[in-house]
Design a protein around this ligand. Structure first.
Ligand SMILES: NC(=O)c1ccc[n+]([C@@H]2O[C@H](COP(=O)([O-])OP(=O)(O)OC[C@H]3O[C@@H](n4cnc5c(N)ncnc54)[C@H](O)[C@@H]3O)[C@@H](O)[C@H]2O)c1
Ligand SMILES: O=C[C@H](O)CS(=O)(=O)O
Length: 470
C-alpha cells in the first residue's frame, strides 16, 4: 500500500498524520495520504507569493500545460483506474473524464497565448485628446482551488489549467475521499516542467485546511466547486477577496409536446444515472407535456431498466456505487419519504450497500425533497405540465440555477425558455447535463457565481488593469 505525501514546493512532503483512501466498490484500503498541518499551508502561501516575482512567460505556460495534457493522454489507463477506484465511477466514464481533463489543459494551454486587453478610446473624451489608454490582464496572484469528490481530475484541471495559464500560482485542496487523481496530476505537471513554486497539492481535512487558507491574507482568490453549504462559508470568510463558486443544482429538463420523444428518453435515461447521479447537472426533474407523458415514461423506463448496475471496474457497468453507504442510505430515505407523500416508484428504489438502483419517480410534488433539494444520486422525477409557461415557471421555482434542458422543435418556445429560465445555461434538444470543456459554465442563485471553461475562468483569475499614457 502506497503512502502519498503532500506536493509542496516540488517536494513529496511527509507529515505526522495520514488518512485512509478506500476503494469505493469493494471498501478495500487503497492508500493513505498525508494530512496537511498549518505550517504546510503557511509555506505553500509564502512560496506561491514569491513565485509571482519569477518570469513564467505565456509561452512557457503554454508548453507546460500542453505537455501535461499529452501526459494525461499517455497515462489514461492508470488515471482512469485511479478514478474508478477512488470515486467508484464506471471505468468507461473514468476514461472519458481523463480525456476531458486532457482537453481542459489543452484549451488552457492555448488560452495562455491569447490573454489580451483592449484599447480604450479615452482620447474621445473632451480634455483627454493627448492621452491614449489600453487594458492589461494581470494575474490575481495566489489562487486556492478547492475541489469536490465527483469529478476529481477534470474539475481540478478546470481550476489549475486557467490559473496557471493566467500566470498565477495555485494551491489545490482535493476532496478527502478522492485525492489520488489530483496528486497524480500534480506529479505530471512537475514532470512537464512546471516551476515547483507554482503548484502545491495539500491533502487532509477540508474544514482545517480551508480555515487556515481563508485566514491567510496571502491568498488572493478562492475557486471552489462543491456544496452550497461550504460555498457559503467560504464566501463569508473570504472577505473582499475574489471568489468563484460552482455549487449544486436540482437540474430540470423540459420535454415539450413536439419533441423527439425517443431521443429525449434515451438521453434522459443516460444522463440521470451516470456517475450514479452524482453530477451537479445530472437530470433530476423532468417536466413532460401531458400529451406525450405516457409514451415518454414508457421509453425512459425501458432505457433505464437496460442499464447495467454493479462493479465499476467491469467495462460493461453503467451505474456504479455511490461515494459512501451513508449517501446511498440518504437517497433511499428521500425516496421512501416521497413515496409516503404520494410518489410512485416506476422502477428502481432498491439499495445494496453503496449501490442504489436507477430510480424513476412519478406522481411527485414540487415540495418533496426529491424535487426541491439536490438528490445527488441516481433518482429522476417525471411529472407533467399543460402549458409551456407553467413548465418554465416550475423550473424557476428552484433555489438553484445551473443548467436546464429543453427538448422541443418549436423555435418560439425554445427562445422563450432561453430568455426566461433562470439558469447559467439553457441546453436545447439535450438534457441539463450537456457540457463540453470549452464552454462558459456556471450558475446563478444557489448554484454559484463566476464561470468555468478555460477562457472564461482566466477572466475570473486575472485583474483588468487600465494603463493611460499621456
Ligand atoms: N457546479 C459545479 O460545477 C459542481 C461540480 C461538481 C460538484 N458540485 C457540487 O458539489 C457537491 C458534492 O461535492 P462534495 O460532497 O465533495 O462537496 P463538499 O462541499 O462537501 O466538499 C467540496 C470540497 O470542500 C472541502 N471542504 C469541506 N469543508 C470545508 C471548509 N469548511 N472550508 C473549505 N473547504 C472545505 C472538501 O474537503 C472538498 O474538497 C454537490 O453539491 C455538487 O452539486 C458542483
Ligand atoms: O458535477 C458537475 C460537473 O461539473 C459536470 S461535468 O463532469 O463537468 O460534465
Amino acid at each position: 500500500m502506497k503512502r502519498h505525501g503532500l506536493i509542496l514546493n516540488g517536494r513529496d512532503e511527509k507529515t505526522e498524520a495520514y488518512m485512509a483512501v478506500y476503494q469505493k466498490f469493494t471498501g478495500d484500503l487503497l492508500s493513505e495520504v498525508a494530512v496537511a498541518e498549518s505550517q504546510h499551508i503557511e509555506e505553500a502561501v509564502t512560496v506561491s507569493r514569491a513565485a509571482q516575482k519569477d518570469t513564467f512567460s505565456p509561452y512557457q505556460r503554454y508548453e507546460v500545460l500542453k505537455r501535461t495534457s499529452e501526459l494525461l493522454r499517455e497515462h489514461v489507463d492508470q488515471l482512469a483506474e485511479i478514478i474508478t477506484d477512488e470515486v467508484g465511477k464506471p471505468i468507461t466514464e473514468a476514461k472519458t473524464e481523463v480525456e476531458r481533463a486532457a482537453m481542459t489543459l489543452e484549451l488552457s494551454a492555448e488560452e495562455a497565448k491569447r490573454i489580451q486587453g483592449e484599447m480604450v478610446p479615452v482620447e474621445a473624451s473632451p480634455g483627454a485628446e493627448e492621452r491614449r489608454a489600453f487594458t492589461l490582464r494581470v494575474p490575481v496572484g495566489v489562487v486556492v482551488a478547492i475541489t469536490p469528490f465527483n469529478v476529481p481530475l477534470n474539475l481540478a484541471c478546470h481550476k489549475i489549467g486557467p490559473a496557471l495559464a493566467a500566470g498565477n500560482a495555485v494551491i489545490v485542496k482535493p476532496a478527502e475521499v478522492t485525492p489520488l487523481s489530483t496528486l497524480y496530476l500534480g506529479h505530471l505537471l512537475l514532470e512537464a516542467g512546471l516551476p515547483k513554486n507554482r503548484l502545491h497539492v495539500l491533502t487532509g481535512h477540508g474544514p482545517d485546511i480551508g480555515d487556515w487558507l481563508l485566514k491567510n491574507e496571502g491568498v488572493d482568490m478562492f475557486t471552489f466547486t462543491g456544496s452550497p453549504r461550504v460555498g457559503e462559508l467560504i464566501t463569508q470568510k473570504a472577505g473582499l477577496r475574489k471568489v468563484a463558486l460552482e455549487l449544486g443544482n436540482n437540474s430540470a429538463t423540459i420535454v415539450h409536446h413536439d419533441a423527439d420523444i425517443e431521443e429525449a428518453a434515451k438521453l434522459v435515461a443516460a444522463r440521470s444515472f451516470n456517475s450514479a447521479g452524482q453530477v451537479c447537472i445530472s437530470v433530476q426533474r423532468v417536466l413532460v407535456h401531458k400529451s406525450v407523458y405516457a409514451q415518454f415514461l414508457e421509453r425512459v423506463k425501458t432505457h433505464t431498466e437496460a442499464l447495467i448496475v454493479g462493479d465499476p471496474r467491469e467495462p460493461a457497468t453503467q451505474v456504479g456505487p455511490m461515494i459512501a453507504e451513508k449517501e446511498a442510505q440518504r437517497v433511499e430515505e428521500w425516496v421512501k419519504e416521497a413515496v409516503s407523500e404520494g410518489a410512485t416508484i416506476e422502477t428502481g428504489g432498491k439499495r445494496e450497500g453503496t449501490l442504489f438502483w436507477p430510480t424513476i419517480l412519478t406522481n411527485v410534488k414540487d415540495s418533496m425533497k426529491v424535487c426541491k433539494d439536490e438528490v445527488f444520486g441516481p433518482v429522476v422525477t417525471i411529472d407533467t405540465y399543460s402549458e409551456g409557461t407553467d413548465a418554465i415557471e416550475r423550473v424557476n421555482r428552484s433555489v438553484y440555477g445551473l443548467q436546464a434542458g429543453v427538448f422541443s422543435n418549436d423555435l418560439a418556445f425554445c427562445l422563450q425558455a432561453a430568455e426566461q429560465l433562470e439558469v447559467g445555461g439553457v441546453i436545447i434538444n439535450d438534457t441539463s447535463a450537456f457540457r463540453v470543456d470549452a464552454m462558459p459554465y456556471g450558475g446563478v442563485k444557489r448554484s454559484g457565481s463566476g464561470k468555468e471553461g478555460p477562457r472564461f475562468a482566466i477572466e475570473e483569475m486575472t485583474h483588468e488593469r487600465l494603463v493611460v499614457l499621456r
